[in-house]
Design a protein around this ligand. Structure first.
Ligand SMILES: Nc1ncnc2c1ncn2[C@@H]1O[C@H](COP(=O)(O)OP(=O)(O)OP(=O)(O)O)[C@@H](O)[C@H]1O
Ligand SMILES: [Mg+2]
Length: 394
């Protein structure tokens, strides 16, 4: 396991969050999107968190996917409470010793028996308490933030965070830095792009994928361990990494295989690595085709419409219903479309995601790329090879 540090990017974001950059709006909230498995969580925890801490910021990290059954508001509150514990421990102990059951921290009165817990406090109060007891700015990093939109409790939490930001921050004094990340730009957009959205006016930024500097680091490791392989062809390594969709895990696993003394590789390992990447891509696409072909006709039509429409997708408008009918060859009612969407959500793995407001999106954005490629090459829709029996809606 190697961990490539992305220090420069972390430093830039810290400055932006502190409002120190001339332009930009990160002090109002930083929204970062990047595809699955490209290193978001690793960067947030391994690079951004320590960089913020080094800059004198208290960091609270919470992953809303850690427990999909739990209410996101509860998960956020719990993470804040954990951060409060060491801050308030001292205050609480001395208050208890003095026989006080209430202490004042900043402008807030806190029940000493409840210190370290946030029940009874709103998220805003808890964040203010953390900020004032630590005497430092607070950064709340929310990983997979789009998950908050799947429940009303989560939406409420997001609205509360927006209000906390507005109460704690003033021009020139950024006391609450919000960082939200997710694997799907379209879903994150729902936090910012309508007047009713909690972070209306903020922009979603694409978290840059690992790139040539990562490859350079890896090549250096190979050359140090296997001197006979010098010089490593970095451009081929980078090419393989691209085909792997910039996902370090798959790249490193394949690299381990082609470099293994047991590997059946004739000649250099770099072309073998590119080949492994191509195979993986073909496999991923075959899996998507097989998932698609395993669906019932109405489910296929609904998925097709979502792929074609992207963020403009409306499940039940007249045009969508006409589309479903054209594809399936028979009328599709709103109820049937609803049932199909539900089935796509319950599918293993889930193909469709639904927000608390009833908006739908694809679970895996990689499907869009697959769809676009097939459409461009006139290969859409995928056709059943042997092994696929056409299913019927019951
Ligand atoms: N900077 C890095 N150096 C080396 N390996 C990395 C780096 N960043 C990520 N990885 C590896 O890539 C894999 C995915 O990383 P991570 O979980 O951070 O991605 P993610 O985008 O948060 O994924 P998910 O979408 O599943 O949440 C992990 O196996 C991790 O070890
Ligand atoms: Mg992650």
């Amino acid at each position: 396991m190697i961990a490539f540090q992305r220090t420069a990017m972390a430093q830039e974001l810290v400055a932006a969050l502190q409002g120190k950059t001339l332009l930009g709006d990160a002090h109002n909230g930083l929204f970062l999107a990047a595809p699955r498995r490209t290193g978001k969580s690793t960067f947030l925890q391994g690079d951004l968190r320590p960089a913020l801490q080094a800059a004198g910021v208290v960091v609270v990290y919470v992953d809303l996917w850690a427990d999909a059954q739990r209410d996101p508001g509860g998960l956020i509150a719990e993470a804040i409470a954990r951060a409060l514990e060491p801050q308030l421990g001292l205050v609480a102990r001395s208050a208890k010793k003095a026989g006080l059951d209430k202490v004042k921290v900043g402008g807030l009165e806190v029940d000493t028996s409840k210190i370290g817990k946030v029940d009874g406090l709103t998220l805003t109060e808890a964040l203010r308490l953390l900020h004032e007891s630590a005497g430092k700015p607070v950064s709340l990093i929310i990983d997979e933030a789009q998950h908050a939109l799947t429940s009303e409790a989560g939406e409420t939490a997001m609205t509360a965070l927006k209000s906390a930001r507005d109460q704690l921050n003033r021009p020139g004094a950024v006391n609450l830095m919000l960082v939200m990340s997710g694997s799907d730009r379209d879903k994150l957009l729902r936090l910012v792009n309508t007047v009713a959205a909690p972070f209306y006016g903020s922009q979603i930024q694409r978290m840059p994928p690992l790139g040539p500097d990562f490859i350079n680091h890896v090549a250096g490791l190979i050359e140090a361990q296997r001197t006979e392989l010098r010089p490593v062809d970095q451009s081929l390594l980078l090419q393989a990494f691209e085909v792997f969709g910039y996902r370090p895990q798959f790249f490193m696993a394949a690299l381990g295989q082609v470099l293994s003394p047991l590997a059946d590789v004739a000649g250099r390992f770099e072309p073998a690595l590119v080949e492994a990447a191509r195979q993986q891509q073909a496999q991923d696409e075959a899996q998507m085709a097989s998932d698609y072909l395993g669906l019932k006709p109405t489910e296929q039509a609904v998925l097709w419409r979502m792929l074609a429409q992207g963020p403009r997708y409306r499940p039940y408008d007249a045009e969508a219903l006409r589309f479903y009918r054209d594809i399936t060859g028979r009328p599709v009612s709103v109820t049937q479309a609803q049932k199909a969407l539900e089935a796509l959500r319950q599918h293993m793995p889930a193909l469709v995601w639904k927000s608390a407001r009833g908006e739908y999106a694809l679970q895996d954005v990689a499907m869009h790329r697959w769809f676009d490629t097939l459409v461009a090459t006139d290969m859409w829709p995928p056709r059943a090879s042997h092994g696929h029996l056409p299913l019927d809606d019951d």
